[in-house]
Write a protein that binds this ligand. Structure first.
Ligand code: HEC
Length: 256
């Protein structure tokens, strides 16, 4: 009886140990399959474009073909210079544009001889809405919700960009903004890799809307001038300059 009791207890202890052992083993297996042995997408069998692989599909073992000579892939011609660069070839303005650096370390330019003044795409409500959405994704972190140069990253120490609401940038042609977004400017990176040309124009149209929303008395003046085609939109002039840009700032006009 006593023997049995001890034996029973030993059995019980042994059983518990076995359970712990099994649990540990399961955990180890789970860990191994979770972290060690995996088959990720980056490891899957695939061909890299133009790379010479072992594949036998093409006789030269390359994974893809060259484009036929003298051809351009659909959508890659980019012959519309104004649309893709914001610039035109200006024979009368073959001048070297001089830039200066201001006290804040920002690059300042005031002449834009080759930048286009007119949007190369129709400025519609949809375009401005799209621009607002893209601006809030890509630009707001530094330039702030209304473009005053006080975005969250700047408040955390990144060098402040200039406000969009000074005369220099208010009068800068749309092509300059497009160029800045495409190629970067001074300390700012270019965004052509992330943002399509059409979306870059959309953002420019939204910047124009922001500029107007912060400067209502300029609207009437802009309406009569050719410096901004976005100015041709029919936004009501009376808007409190202290309110942040409205959700659909200046989206009433659809004309160019
Ligand atoms: C990481 C912060 C950052 C982001 C994001 C950013 N910018 Fe900038 N931007 C700057 C800084 C800094 C400058 C000033 C650079 C200089 O002058 O050296 C600047 C300058 C500019 C200028 C003024 C150019 C001039 O002539 O003075 C424009 C316009 C502009 N940015 C537009 C944009 C737009 C549009 C986006 C979104 C697509 C964007 N930026 C995203 C930091 C940023």
């Amino acid at each position: 009886m006593y023997q049995n009791k001890v034996g029973g207890r030993l059995l019980a202890v042994g059983g518990r140990l076995r359970t712990i052992y099994c649990l540990l083993l399961t955990a180890a297996c789970l860990l191994a399959s979770g972290c060690g042995v995996r088959f990720d997408m980056q490891d899957q069998p695939r061909y890299k474009a133009y790379k010479k692989e072992d594949g036998t599909f093409f006789s030269d073992h390359r994974a893809s073909r060259d484009a036929p000579e003298g051809t351009v892939a659909r959508g890659f011609l980019k012959e519309n210079k104004a649309l893709y660069t914001g610039k035109i070839d200006n024979p009368n303005a073959n001048v070297q544009v001089e830039t200066t650096t201001n006290a804040a370390g920002n690059t300042i330019v005031t002449s834009f001889p080759n930048a286009i003044d007119e949007f190369p795409v129709p400025v519609t409500k949809e375009l401005v809405d799209r621009g607002q959405e893209r601006y809030n994704i890509y630009c707001i972190v530094c330039h702030g919700p209304v473009g005053a140069g006080d975005g969250m990253i700047v408040r955390r120490g990144f060098g402040a960009p200039p406000t969009y609401h000074d005369d220099r940038l208010r009068n800068a042609p749309v092509g300059h903004f497009f160029d800045v977004i495409s190629n970067g400017w001074g300390k700012m990176n270019g965004y052509s890799a992330q943002i399509s040309a059409n979306d870059r124009w959309a953002i420019v149209s939204y910047i124009r809307a922001l500029q107007m929303s912060q400067n209502p008395e300029e609207i009437s003046k802009l309406n009569g001038s050719s410096t901004s085609s976005a100015a041709n939109t029919s936004t009501p002039a009376a808007r409190n300059p202290n309110t942040p840009a409205p959700a659909n700032a200046n989206t009433t006009g659809g004309r160019r």
